[in-house]
Every structure is written in C-alpha cells, then in structure tokens.
Write a protein that binds this ligand. Sequence first.
Ligand code: AMP
Length: 282
Amino acid sequence: MLICEKKSEVREQVNAWRRQGLSIGFVPTMGYLHEGHKSLMEAARRENDRVVVSIFVNPMQFGPTEDLESYPRDFDRDSALCEGVGVDLIFHPQPEEMYPEGFCSYVDMNGLTGELCGKSRPTHFRGVQTVVLKFFNIVRPDRAYFGQKDAQQLSVIRRMALDLDLGIEIVGCPIVREEDGLAKSSRNTYLNEEEHQAALMLSRSLAEGKTLIEDGERDAGKIKSAIADIIAKEPLAKIDYVDVVDFENIVPVEKISGTVLVAIAVYIGKTRLIDNFIHKEI
Ligand code: AMP
C-alpha cells in the first residue's frame, strides 16, 4: 500500500494504472476510520481493480465555531485499517498541499444545500464540494463511494457529478450502526457513557417514524412531530432539525411520496449528531 502526501505522487500512480487499463475506486474520508468507512472501502475493493482512500480533515468544510481543531486523528490506526481491507493507495495531504497560498476558487450549488445541514452549516457544502471535486481531479476515479449516513452530502455530490459532467459513478452505501443502533461516526468519540445512552434517542425516534410511515401515515408534519416528541424526552438532547425532504432535490415535502429522506440533527451536550432513513414508495 502506497502512502502519498503529494498530489503529484498520486497523479503519477493513477496515470500508470490508467495506462494499464485498470479501474479505480475512490473513498474520500476525514480519517479516524470505523466500520462505516470500512464498508465503503470494501464496496470499492469489490467493484474496482485499484482502491484509493483520501484521509484529510478538510478545513474548508468546518465553520468558524466548529470542531476542526479537536476533530479526532490517528493516522497509524487508519493506515492499518486500510491495509487490512486491501486499499492500494492512501492520499494524506497537508492543508497547504490542497489549499496553497492564493487559493480562491470554489464549487457552490444553487439548491440542495439550503435545507437540513446546509441551514445550520451555511458554508459546509461549499467546502465539501470544492474538496471532493479537487480529489476527483487528482484521483480521476471511475467510481466514488459515499455513505448514506451523510445523505444530503450524497445527493449534493450526485448532483455535482451530473451538472459538471464528471463521468464518475457515485455509489451510495448503507448506514453502519453500533449494535445498540447508534450510527457509527468519528464524532461518537466525543460522547461519554451517559451521552452515548442519550444519543440512542436518535435511532429510536427514527425507528418510530419509519413504523408510522410503514403503517400508512403520509403526513410529513405528523411524522416530524412524532420524532421530535421522542427526542424531546431526552434531557441531554437539543434538536437542530427534524425534517422530511425529497431525497433527490432536498426540498421539504408535506406528503410522503416518491423517495423521501427523513433526517435529523441533534446536539447531545456539545456534540452534533446526524442520522436518517430513506423511504421509497413502491
Ligand atoms: P467522514 O470521514 O465522516 O467525512 O466520512 C467519510 C465517508 O464515510 C462519507 O461518505 C460518510 O458518509 C461515510 N460514513 C461515515 N459514517 C458512516 C456510517 N456509519 N455508515 C456508512 N457510511 C459512513
């Protein structure tokens, strides 16, 4: 497994693979890897000749009061996990390599980013889109893998790939959870035991929302209230949003139809956690 800190090293290697006619799967991450990331890498491993993983805590996607400094990092553990999955190359740049002096170009979107996480994190998706497009240009993958855990991000990247004719297949992968239901996240490490127990309200409330829909409820307002009422019972929890949107366009819906994303963001103490489920009408 190669570990590259420079774009030029990555380019040289992927060009050599391309010349040999090999396909490339790419998994962008911020590191502190867990089973969720691993499932993306395993999918990439199954479906491509070569697998590239990026590990980069992208300063551009953090707001000024967010956790950029404290975001957990452990490169040695991450690279061992990648090696175990059979990753071929890790791209691990320093911020100066990605954003050299004078950097001033961005990718933005007029739609999809105004709701959910885009509301409470107004510059977040601009940072995500910009870094992902840069990675795509460096790695030039055939397929790129994203988790449904960040469902809005998945829709945003799919839209960007379509709008900008990237010719890269964007593959969405299911949410991986702890045994107790908590969606795996690098940020779970911020939670103490009491907060971890409190955080179980996220998946429990969503399970209730899912049951309501499966039992025939079609009023998005009622589903949102039912979810919010369950979370409100947990004293350590503070709701950022509970919403039901059309999955493709990330626009709020009043009635459940087509493919909807039921998404929540909740503060447990100082830690902001997200979770969701997708309902497809058949
Ligand atoms: P991050 O390192 O948090 O930026 O995440 C990198 C990629 O891993 C993103 O596409 C996430 O959606 C995905 N991911 C993170 N947690 C999970 C999870 N619990 N299940 C599935 N995918 C995940």
